[in-house]
Structures are given as C-alpha cells and as structure tokens.
Design a binder for this molecule. Structure first.
Ligand SMILES: Cc1ncc(COP(=O)(O)O)c(C=O)c1O
Length: 452
C-alpha cells in the first residue's frame, strides 16, 4: 500500500486549480457578477464545488452536461440523485409540457388522476398502501416524523451517527469520539438542543440500538437502509432484520428513507432486500428532476393516525404544504416511474455500476491506493480507507477534504463530474460503457500523478 505524499498532493491541487481557472473564464465571470446571491450562489451548498466557483450550466441531457464555456462532461453527480433518471428524460419532459402547456394547471389545490396512479405504483414498489406527497424528501421526512410521534405518543426519534435526511432538525445528532451523543458539529442554530428530540446509535450496532430503544421514548427509527451521505455504509448481514425485530419489540416504528437508496432497484432496498418498514419516505429522483417527494404509510399506521381526531391534518396542524402533490409534480412522477426508472433501466444502471467499481478497484490496486469502493445498485463511492467502513463514525474519520478537492478537480478537468460532496458516482438510464470507461481513465490519470 502507498500512502499519500501530502506535499505532492498540495502541489497537484494547485496544478488542477490553475487548469480549472484557465478552462472556465465564463463561469468565473458569472460568479464574480453574482452580487445579490447569499454566498454568491443560488443555494449555499453550491459553493461546495471544487475550484473556487461552480461551473455554470448551459444544458444537460441524459448524463451529459455542457457548461457556459462550452465544455461537456459525463455527469455522475446527477444532481446528487435528483437526476438519477438522467437530465430531462424524454417521457418526463413530454408529461410536463403536456401538463403545463396544453392541459394547463401547475398548482390548483385540485387533485389529478395521476396521483392515484403514482400511489399505486409506489405501493407496488415499496409495499406500503397509503401515500401522501411532498415537494422534497426533507418535507416528506418532517411530516412523517410528526405522524410517528402522533401515533406512538412518544417524543423522540432514533437516527444513526452521520446520517443525513435533509434539513430535518431532529436528525443532526452524532456520537463523538468517546461515543457520547451530541449536536452535529456545524448544526446551524437548532431550535432546541437536539438531544431532547433525538437518540443516536452507530449503524450496524444492534446492541447500541437496543440500549437506546429500551428507554421507551422512541417514536421511530429514521434511517437509510444503507448510509449514503458519509460514503456508502452497507448493513452487515442480519442488521436490517435485527433492527426491524428490535423496533417491534420496543414499540417503535421503522421509517426508511429511500431517497438515495432507491439506487438499489425499482423499489429501493425495501424491495431488493424484502424489508418491511412502517413508513417509507422518498424524494429527489421520483420526479425526474421536478420537485417531488412522498411518504408511504402502512395501513396500521394510517389507521392510528385516523384515530387522532383532534390532529389537524387538513389545515394548520404542521403536516403538509400548499404546493405538495400539485399537478405538475405528480405528472412528472407518473412519467418518471412509469417510463424512465423502470426495472429494465435499473438492470442497465446496475451493470454499469459494477463496471465502474471494477475499474476503480483495478486502478486502486495498480497504484497501491489504500482505499475502498462500495456499491449500492446504480450508485458507487470510493472512500480513503480500507476495508470499507462499517459505521458512520468510521467513515467520517476517513474524510480528507484535500484529496476530495484534488480528485474532483482532476476528474472535472478531464471531463467527468462526481458529486461535490464526498466521492459518489451514480449511473442513469442513458449512461454508457464509454462514459464509465472515461471515468476509469480519468481516475487512473489522477492516481498516476498522485502515487508515481
Ligand atoms: C437520504 C436523504 N434524505 C433526504 C434528503 C433531503 O433531500 P432534499 O434536500 O431534496 O429535500 C437527502 C438529501 O441529500 C438525503 O440524502
């Protein structure tokens, strides 16, 4: 194994930054002119892109992105999953154009027939019979957490250290180096100390989960079936089954956030691994890039919600949003689920992700890089440690911002985009073998310079 020479790494980062600046004058110009945007960008996380400023988008189709300097890229970031169906997939575009153009009506407070179709399709994929819509995964999580507290009469949720479920106040708790629960570093002005609302355990630690659930105050475990926001951390054999049994034993609900783990197949990990959650939440990809989200309830949970007559679910009770389930959003979900993110598409995306991982492993082995790569269906991610981490905290300890910056810039300068957060690559239905091999070649070139 070869360790990273930090001085060489610093030098390479400088080299790649210079190449980035040289190639992107128009993006630099637009960025310098953005004086009315907080942080200089439309959304603060856009400043996370390596290079000092983000590329400005000209156009995007499938997995190809073209920037305002006229350079094109193979896009493996795919909107951090929001574009897992590919950019502007044809059937979604057609449905959106039909809805907003010929039919008319984007948001009207009235249902369309598409909503029932989408609910039935989500049941077919995720097994839960009753669905409600949101415009983001964050909101789906927020509203479902409220329902979980309502039906159990318990105040807390349990999450896994280094999880991410959107900007949901209750989820920003981690275990520190001594295994003590604390507000996640950087948590922006939480409304209350999140330890009042949240319990936390390490992913893959059933004993830790049991100990937290034993307090009897946990309404729901909110988790991804595999962590995807601190690299990919897969569940150990039996962990998800153990988690399900523990939640049942302690009277807590199991709430699976499939927003990213949807990459595992047409029904996410729930279908792929035969899981039986009480609640599923999802967002991002299901609308093909149009703002969408949803949460599904078991009939038992739905019946319990219905029993709380004083809970105001139709007006100002804290669940729902005016634009949620609007005609445009559900039309996009129907087309995306019905015609784009099909079982056949997932087979293709899986095959490509396998090829991606094989290429990365081969390159890492050849250069002696002491790293690992993990795959979840159509999604893959490399991490600067070996073997692959089994908990969020272990994975967090492997973070290396300078290495991230180097690889992101080296790939970008060779026509490949991966997520600005860590090192995730996602396949879409139109990604090709050639696209994957382009990443492998760029990754190889980056590692050659780093380890030579
Ligand atoms: C697992 C998971 N859930 C929810 C969200 C929130 O999605 P959004 O920001 O689109 O609301 C994210 C965002 O990255 C996520 O990774």
């Amino acid at each position: 194994m070869t360790s990273v020479d930090r001085r060489r790494l610093e030098h390479l980062v400088e080299r790649e930054r210079a190449a980035f600046r040289l190639a992107h004058p128009r993006s630099a110009e637009l960025f310098s002119e953005a004086r009315h945007l907080f942080g200089g960008v439309p959304m603060t996380w856009m400043s996370k892109w390596a290079g000092g400023y983000p590329l400005y988008l000209d156009s995007a189709h499938g997995c190809q992105v073209v920037d305002v300097d006229g350079l094109s890229y193979v896009d493996f970031a795919l909107g951090d999953t929001g574009a897992m169906a590919g950019h502007s997939p044809g059937p979604t575009v057609d449905a959106v154009v039909e809805r907003i153009g010929r039919l008319g009506g984007i948001t009207t407070m009235l249902p369309t027939a598409d909503a029932e179709w989408v609910g039935a399709e989500l049941e077919r994929r995720f097994g839960l019979p009753l669905w409600s819509f949101a415009l983001s995964a964050t909101d789906a999580n927020r509203w479902a957490v409220r329902l979980a507290r309502l039906v159990t009469g318990r105040p807390k949720i349990l999450v896994f250290s280094y999880c991410y479920h959107g900007s949901v106040d209750e989820t920003f708790v981690v275990l520190d180096h001594d295994g003590v629960a604390r507000s996640r570093p950087g948590n922006v002005a939480p409304p209350v100390d999140p330890l009042l609302t949240t319990r936390v355990a390490e992913f893959n630690d059933l004993a830790g989960v049991e100990a937290e659930l034993a307090h009897g105050d946990v309404a729901a475990v909110l988790c991804e079936p595999a962590l995807t926001n601190i690299g990919i951390v897969l569940p150990a054999p039996g962990f998800m089954e153990g988690l399900r049994a523990a939640t049942r034993r302690h009277g807590s609900l199991l709430m699976l956030d499939e927003t990213h783990t949807f990459s595992a197949g047409p029904g996410g990990c729930t279908m792929a691994w035969g899981l039986s959650p009480d609640i599923v939440t999802i967002g991002k990809a299901i609308g093909g890039g149009v703002a969408s989200g949803a949460y599904g309830l078991s009939s038992g949970v739905a019946a319990l919600v219905g029993g709380h007559e004083s809970a105001d679910l139709v007006d100002v009770g804290g669940v729902g949003g005016t634009l949620a389930g609007n005609a445009l959003s559900v039309a996009a979900m129907r087309a995306t689920l019905g015609e784009v993110l099909t079982a056949g598409a997932f087979t293709h995306m899986d095959d490509l992700a396998v090829r991606f991982v094989t290429g990365v492993e081969e390159v890492m082995a050849r250069h002696g890089a002491p790293w690992s790569v993990t795959r979840l269906g159509a999604r893959a991610e490399y991490r600067f440690t070996q073997p692959a981490p089994t908990t969020g905290s272990e994975s967090a300890a492997a973070e290396d911002e300078t290495l991230d910056e180097y690889l992101h810039l080296a790939l970008c300068n060779r026509g490949v985009l991966i997520t600005p957060f860590h090192n995730m690559a996602l396949m879409c239905p139109t990604t090709t073998v050639r696209d994957v091999d382009r990443h492998t070649a760029a990754f190889d070139a980056a590692l050659s310079d780093l380890f030579s």
